[in-house]
Ligand binder design. Structure first.
Ligand SMILES: [Zn+2]
Length: 263
């Protein structure tokens, strides 16, 4: 049973307004740059929300802190421009800080009610072995905010309730949606490299090759998935390519919905 098709919800690449929430100022690119680039080209209004200031994103203590946060804010804006993103919003929670999920949820509900996106995207907080608290807190806060945004009892002072229809998680162990990014791979790499403080170093050749191999494996999963759906979409598809993977859920599947894992 696919509740999303029963509800006639649009596919990921048909979305026309998206809020994409990341823990750190480069996660949206790592998880979804190829898909985001195509969405923007299709005319989708994309708003980025960056939860933390990224001040701890270095192994060099001399650079960490306010100086790095400033650099990463600039990199975030440049990469977003390259992808065709409409606006970047910065929440400035401390990177790896002790903030609470509830505080983040409250701010996200304000944003969702104001921007009224068709879909919200973020990291999957239930990815096995994910240990970074910013990723776990961000993913959970986004899911909570999608749930509460439509509830008139939650923060009634924060504008009219608004029902976000769908949520998409990147960096997921439970993908149900695959996007071919073969033709925009160079755009993804360019957007990633805009985050010089993170990627312009001696590890980049190894990392970029790893990312390509991973995207290649995801493409193989995409072909298998398309065949299982018995669609015509694999007809004529190249055997080799690159893809990104997502878990896309109807917002209704975010509460008391055990089969969401298998949808
Ligand atoms: Zn991150």
């Amino acid at each position: 049973m696919n509740i999303r098709s029963i509800m006639n919800l649009p596919d990921l690449l048909e979305i026309r307004s998206l809020v994409c929430v990341e823990p750190h100022p480069d996660d949206n690119e790592v998880g979804a740059a190829g898909t985001l680039f195509q969405l923007a080209q299709n005319g989708c209004q994309i708003h980025f929300v960056t939860v933390t200031d990224g001040a701890a994103g270095t192994s060099n203590p001399d650079v960490a802190g306010t100086k790095l946060a400033h650099i990463r804010r600039k990199e975030r804006l440049q990469a977003a421009k390259l992808l065709g993103v409409t606006e970047s919003i910065f929440l400035n929670f401390p990177d790896a800080g002790t903030y609470q999920v509830d505080d983040l949820t409250a701010q996200l509900v304000d944003i969702f009610r104001k921007l009224q996106p068709q879909m919200v995207m973020t990291v999957d907080p239930w990815m096995a072995y994910e240990a970074h608290p910013d990723h776990i807190k961000t993913g959970k806060a986004v899911a909570e905010a999608v749930l509460f945004s439509s509830n008139p009892c939650y923060k009634p002072e924060a504008g009219e309730p608004f029902a976000v229809q769908q949520i998409a998680f990147y960096a997921t162990n439970y993908p149900n949606t695959y996007v071919d990014i073969t033709h925009v791979w160079e755009n993804k790499l360019a957007a990633l490299l805009t985050h010089k403080s993170q990627f312009d170093n001696e590890e980049w050749p190894l990392l970029s090759e790893y990312l390509r191999l991973e995207a290649n494996e995801i493409y193989a999963l995409k072909l298998k998935h398309d065949q299982q759906l018995v669609t015509n979409s694999t007809h004529g598809s190249p055997k080799n390519g690159l893809a990104e993977a997502f878990k896309v859920l109807s917002s209704r599947q975010l509460h008391f919905f055990p089969s969401a894992l298998f949808s």
